[in-house]
Design a protein around this ligand. Structure first.
Ligand code: NDP
Length: 406
């Protein structure tokens, strides 16, 4: 019986997932791209057809409505739903999948629109229902979370008896020429980076002020960059699944212009998530700001430069200390040439397709709700090399770290 695929969300990431599923159409069968705005789905479908020759279907759906989702899953006979809408829709899409017995995959963990806090609690709580419905849910199959979790599992399997510390390092050295824009959904991005920082050490979460901790890391193919400690969702599952872990942190690079704009917007209240009264109407400042900022999907043709995302792990192998750095470098212009998208959407969409491919092919299987590091990393790592995200491993000498302290 052939398998069918439903992709929800026609933004920057949805575009890449649609392209990549079409490029692997033997696995994905009949592909439907559905979103709130049908014209965006149709535009992507036309580009996919022109570049790959594969015709995908399109549909309009409000993913906040479980009944609309159920109807669409039934109409498309979807075996899997790839959720690349916004984190706000994770729970409704999971619930619709459970009722219709379709597998589920996403790239970002659930967040309520009214609370800038993301955590796996509500998604993990659906494990029992997913088991009973005989379906699989794969959470966080983007790059970070996603590939970074798989890199950790790969390091654990091949390089260490015990990993003691992990630093996840996310560098985007791309330049889109705008004074200020975000590379993925502005609202989600700004909520994430303006929140307090947090890292995990010796069994406890330690909170920091936003952007309080800065280090300079030297990124291969890019060079040294200011990198700031943020809270990031993959840490919540990795602390449960990586043996012997004593500390895990997440760093992301930001340029001075980005930070200055963000600080200014924050100071004037534009990052607020509470409704305010404006000329008799209620508006939410961050939603209004999102409307003003460039659509991330429009950054593709103008972004130049590279991304480098990886994990820097230290631990013990055969009684000796070891340090290993696993990373992936993508080029914005190369991604655009292939699928009309910049590298941030590309590096998210390709792993979403790979996770779904491994599920549909039965390479990664299970009943319930899972995080990426719970599966054998090898087939995923092989697919990364084949599908446009080749990675590298660097063994660091004990006396030499790539970090340059400031
Ligand atoms: P975009 O804002 O570009 O796209 C989101 C899409 O979802 C839009 O097409 C939007 O519709 C659609 N959508 C929003 N609400 C609904 C709804 N209620 N019903 C149906 N469709 C809806 O975001 P991105 O493509 O940049 O990001 C997509 C996801 O990927 C996000 O969850 C983001 O957090 C995640 N992400 C994960 C990363 C990772 O490495 N793990 C990295 C980057 C992003 P409309 O066009 O009408 O607005």
């Amino acid at each position: 019986m052939s398998k069918n695929t439903l992709i929800i969300g026609a933004g920057g990431v949805g575009n890449v997932v649609a392209f990549k599923c079409a490029m692997n159409s033997k696995t994905f069968g009949e592909i439907t791209l559905a979103s709130r705005t049908l014209s965006k789905c149709n535009a992507i479908a036309a580009n996919v057809k022109a570049k790959t020759g594969v015709q995908i279907r399109t549909a309009k759906v409000d993913a906040d409505s479980i009944s609309e989702l159920k109807e669409l899953i039934a109409a498309t006979s979807a075996n899997i739903v790839i959720n690349v809408a916004l984190p706000y829709q994770d729970l409704t899409i999971m619930d619709a999948c459970e009722e219709m017995q379709a597998d589920y995959l996403d790239t970002a963990n659930y967040e309520h629109p009214d609370t800038a806090k993301f955590e796996y609690k509500k998604q993990w709580a659906r494990d029992e229902e997913f088991r009973k419905a005989n379906i699989m849910g794969l959470l966080g199959s983007g790059f970070d979370p996603g590939v970074t979790n798989v890199f950790c599992a790969y390091a654990q399997k091949h390089y260490f008896d015990e990993i003691h510390t992990i630093d996840i390092l996310d560098c985007n050295a791309g330049d889109h020429g705008y004074p200020f824009a975000t590379n993925f959904n502005p609202e989600i991005n700004l909520r994430e980076v303006s929140a307090k920082g947090r890292y995990w050490e010796n069994g406890k979460w330690i909170e920091t002020e936003p952007m309080e901790i800065k280090q300079v890391w030297d990124y291969p193919e890019i060079g040294p960059k200011d990198s700031y400690l943020l809270y990031h969702e993959e840490m919540e599952s990795l602390v449960k699944h990586i043996k012997g872990l004593k500390r895990i942190r997440f760093f992301m690079t930001f340029g001075e212009s980005y930070l200055a704009h963000m600080k200014c917007l924050e100071n004037v209240g534009m990052l607020g998530i509470e409704p305010i009264e404006h000329k008799g109407q209620k508006i939410i400042p961050i939603e209004f700001l999102s409307t003003l900022l460039p659509d991330p999907a429009s950054l593709g043709p103008r972004t130049k430069g590279k991304t480098n995302i990886g994990i820097f792990a230290k631990g013990i192998k055969d009684g000796k200390e070891r340090t290993v750095y696993i990373y992936q470098v993508s080029d914005h212009e190369k991604c655009y040439k292939e699928v009309l998208s910049q590298a941030v959407s590309y590096t998210t969409g390709v792993p979403a397709m790979i996770g779904a491919k491994l599920m549909l092919e039965g390479t990664w299987q299970g009943k319930g709700v899972f995080n990426m590091e719970q599966f054998d990393p090898d087939p995923f790592m092989e697919e990364l090399n084949k599908q446009g995200l080749p990675w590298q491993v660097m063994e660091m000498r004990a006396d030499k770290s790539r970090r340059v302290d400031v």
